[in-house]
Design a protein. Structure first.
Length: 128
């Protein structure tokens, strides 16, 4: 057995509409609906499935909670442009740019939070 990649991650959120609006506006993701009333945010060939806190779909995490996850996304948009976009969106940058190590390459990263307080890292891969 060998895992190839992450297909999706589930976020438990306080407010579906607020979360969707944030991820569309700030990160350029696309809202999608599937199944019987399910909602998600698509980007690349992955997605974030969304669970409304207190109304999660089964099966679910043992202790689902808004604001309990850290996520790192990569972008080819230069971080200076990302920072300017975040400022235009009134999103506070908590840290960065800073150097980090990713799964495939060294990263240069900015950190900020989504409406639930999840920590979002947005990174450029640094090629030697």
């Amino acid at each position: 057995m060998r895992v190839q990649r992450i297909d999706h991650v589930v976020l438990t959120v306080a407010d579906l509409d607020k979360t969707i609006a944030f991820y569309e506006r700030v990160l350029g993701m696309t809202a999608v609906s599937f199944g019987e009333g399910r909602r998600a945010l698509a980007f690349g060939d992955q997605k974030l499935n969304l669970h409304q806190a207190g109304r999660e779909f089964e099966p679910k995490a043992r202790r689902p909670a808004p604001g309990a996850i850290d996520l790192c996304f990569t972008t080819d948009v230069p971080l200076e442009d990302v920072a300017a976009h975040l400022r235009r969106c009134a999103v506070e940058i908590e840290l960065g740019p800073v150097d980090k190590i990713g799964a495939r390459a060294a990263l240069r990263s900015l950190y900020f939070r989504d409406p639930d307080g999840n920590l979002i890292e947005l990174s450029n891969e640094v090629r030697a």
